[in-house]
Write a protein that binds this ligand. Structure first.
Ligand SMILES: [Fe+2]
Ligand SMILES: [Fe+2]
Length: 148
C-alpha cells in the first residue's frame, strides 16, 4: 500500500499508537486490523473497478475503529457493536479532522447492524473490507486455538 500523506499523519501520531495496545479480534490489535482493512479496501476497489479517492479511502479505513477503549474490558461502553462506529467517527473528527463524507463512511461501517446505509463508494467498500478482515481474523484465531 502506498504511504499517503494521510497514512503517515495518522499512523505516526502518538494518539493512534494507542491502537497497538487494544485488541480487536482474537490476538489481532486494532492497529493491525485497521491496516488490513485499508489494504483490503484498495484491493477491492481495484478488483471491482470501483473508482475511489484513495487518500480518503485509506483515512476512513485506518480510523473506522478509532474508538480508543478495550471492548473486552467489562467497563467498556454498553452496546459496543451498535455504538462504536459513532465513537470512532467523533474521535477521528476531533483528532484528525474529517470531511462530511468521511464522517458518514465511518459511522455507517457496521451496516446493516446499525441501519446506517453506506452513502458513498468509499463507505460501501469500507463495510465490505471490514467484514472480510474481521471474519478472516476471527477464523484464524479459532484455528490457532484449536491446534494449540
Ligand atoms: Fe468496527
Ligand atoms: Fe473493523
Amino acid at each position: 500500500m502506498e504511504k499517503t500523506k494521510a497514512f503517515q499523519e495518522i499512523t505516526g501520531s502518538d494518539k493512534y499508537q494507542r491502537t497497538k495496545e487494544l485488541r480487536q479480534h482474537g490476538n489481532v490489535t486494532v492497529f493491525e486490523h485497521s491496516l488490513a482493512v485499508a489494504e483490503t479496501s484498495l484491493k477491492i476497489s481495484k478488483k471491482l473497478h470501483i473508482k475511489v479517492n484513495e487518500e480518503s479511502m485509506v483515512k476512513v479505513a485506518l480510523l473506522h475503529d478509532y474508538f480508543l477503549y478495550d471492548w473486552h474490558d467489562k467497563n467498556h461502553p454498553k452496546m459496543h457493536g451498535f455504538r462504536h462506529a459513532t465513537f470512532a467517527a467523533d474521535n477521528a473528527m476531533r483528532d484528525f479532522g474529517l470531511t462530511d463524507k468521511e464522517y458518514r463512511a465511518i459511522r455507517s461501517h457496521m451496516f446493516p447492524l446499525n441501519l446506517r446505509i453506506p452513502t458513498s463508494r468509499e463507505a460501501f467498500i469500507l463495510t465490505l473490507a471490514d467484514k472480510y478482515c474481521a471474519t478472516s481474523e476471527t477464523l484464524k484465531t479459532r484455528r490457532k486455538r484449536r491446534t494449540a
